[in-house]
Design a protein around this ligand. Structure first.
Ligand code: MN
Length: 215
């Protein structure tokens, strides 16, 4: 893992985000993949915790941010309609006081306006230390960087904190989407999340939609 950056084994995959209204791709989420020459594909769930424990997540996270912003810029320069690129943040990155500075400098480097970047923070990380999260979100918000809450519904959200978070979107966890077409409870949960978001003035997106029924 320590040599992963210099040996070019990391790659980003881009998962499309589609608007139900326009049926168009309005964004992509950058997902990190590791192709190891002997081990093959190493699952993020296997290597991200190790990267976090060892502190390597900071340099890997910076690589992800730079690669995602660079790709977005290349797409826009090639004439693609503007999209929002979503990048996942680790708890370790989110706790760094210099995070806003790093993000601004990467955006400047590639001359990408901040509204084309969205940072995803999981509900679990945001709620771990909500007051610190509010403070960091405020700083990012002031710099025009958008944030969303990832895996929503799986953590222990305090609704009083949720309304203070400077986020614009809740991402409904894929575990609720997977069986939604034949599980009335999942359907009820998703409806409730959408209702909650609407009343807080937030957008929602469903993760992991793969079938017409789920859609
Ligand atoms: Mn995500």
């Amino acid at each position: 893992l320590r040599r992963v950056l210099e040996s070019n084994q990391l790659q980003l995959y881009f998962q499309p985000q589609i608007s139900l209204e326009s049926k168009r791709v309005i964004g992509v989420e950058a997902l990190l993949r590791w192709h190891h020459p002997e081990l093959g594909m190493v699952a993020p769930s296997d290597f991200i915790p190790i990267a976090e424990d060892s502190g390597l997540i900071l340099s890997i996270g910076e690589w992800v941010l730079r690669a995602a912003v660079c790709q977005m810029k290349a797409w826009m320069s090639a004439g693609m309609a503007p999209l929002v690129i979503a990048v996942n943040l680790s708890a370790i990155q989110f706790r760094r006081a210099d995070l806003p500075e790093l993000i601004s400098s990467v955006l400047d480097e590639f001359e990408l306006p901040p509204e084309f970047l969205e940072l995803e923070l999981t509900e679990g990380v945001a709620m771990e230390n909500p007051l610190a999260a509010i403070e960091m979100m405020n700083v990012l918000h002031e710099r025009g960087i958008r944030m969303s809450i990832d895996d929503f519904g799986t953590g222990y959200s305090s609704l009083s904190y949720l309304k203070r978070f400077k986020v614009y979107k809740l991402k409904i966890d894929k575990s609720f989407v997977h069986d939604i077409s034949h599980d009335p409870e999942d359907e009820a949960i998703v409806e409730a999340i959408i209702g909650l978001s609407r009343s807080l003035g937030l957008q929602t997106i469903a993760e992991g939609v793969e079938t017409a029924e789920q859609l």
